[in-house]
Design a protein around this ligand. Sequence first.
Ligand SMILES: [Zn+2]
Length: 385
Amino acid sequence: MSSEASFDPAPLKHRSEEFPEGFPEKFSQGSPEDTSRGSQAGLTEQQQIIRQKICQGHAQNRVQALPPPGNAPFGYKRGKDRYAIDRANAPIVKEFFEHFLLYGSLRGAVRYIAQKFNKAIAVSTGKHWLTNPTYRGDLAYQSVDPPQIIRDTHKAIISRDEAAQVDRLLRRNRSLPPRSASAERSLAGLVYCATCQGKMTVASVGDRGKRQKLKNPKQKDRVKSYLYLRCQTCPQPQKCRGLNYDRVLNQVIDKICNELPKAVSGQGVSQLGNIKAQIESVILAKQAMMEQIPPLVTSGILDTETADLRLYKIRTEIADLETKLSQLPPINLVAIAQTISIPQFWLDLSESERRFYFREFIRAIGVDASQKREEDWNLQLIFVF
Ligand SMILES: [Zn+2]
């Protein structure tokens, strides 16, 4: 397994201009006035007619699920009536996602494809990739507000499960302090002090002065560095003491191996399957409704405008349900829990891999180290489910 440390940390040349490809910069910027439903003030009659024709064309594209105008996103090419996988570039996108899923780091994934494929993209482009519906097999129409998504219009580069995992990671990273999400240490941003409720941060202690005095880098490396967890903003007159990072980590691993099987067999998780099935059946019912609409247009019962509006509403409802689904933890949690409830699993991982798995299951770790003896510390894991 390659580690992030081996990547060239040199800043990448920003080449976002290489990647407009019909998206995504122009997405999400459209004000309501820019859309077909917006104000048409200031346009001549002829401009309005042209505009209407264009909008009708776009609406027709949406109903027929044809790709929006412009170039295909990187990794695809324009086929006759749908996007087709671009065999030369799709693997780059695929590996970008795999790297992100493994390490949870956007910048890491951007660096990775730059190094492996010599494919330099801006971090902002990588961020758009992560949420781009095209890679999930869906089409997004951005000219309407809010943008419409039509599912399963072409071959996906990432699976639904992977997409759901990407969404969970993005959400989780968002709720963490900005720097700790990509910090190296697996416990960074997760641990809080049970005594003062303060966030505990990872710090390297005891070696700095010594290292700075040494000029020879080899000698510097020989100075052992100790990692500590400490409450940075402890309000108590006698501040909470720093805790040895490795000892806390070992206790967290013991605790997760002990508690995860119980936690996933709990009621919350056993009901998870039911909740998912319910949402999925509602989605299926709505998809069936959508299929009934085009014949109604053909037979003249509905006009195109009404049909379009109805389709649009149903799609929005489906998209909301999809979001709900993606926020639920993975369904195969019980199977996963068995594999990862063995200390050796955790000990074999690198810190960045461990960081990824911790965040998949743990929301926070409370450490009560008010007792002097390490065996008397009390850890509380708060699982994400
Ligand atoms: Zn404290």
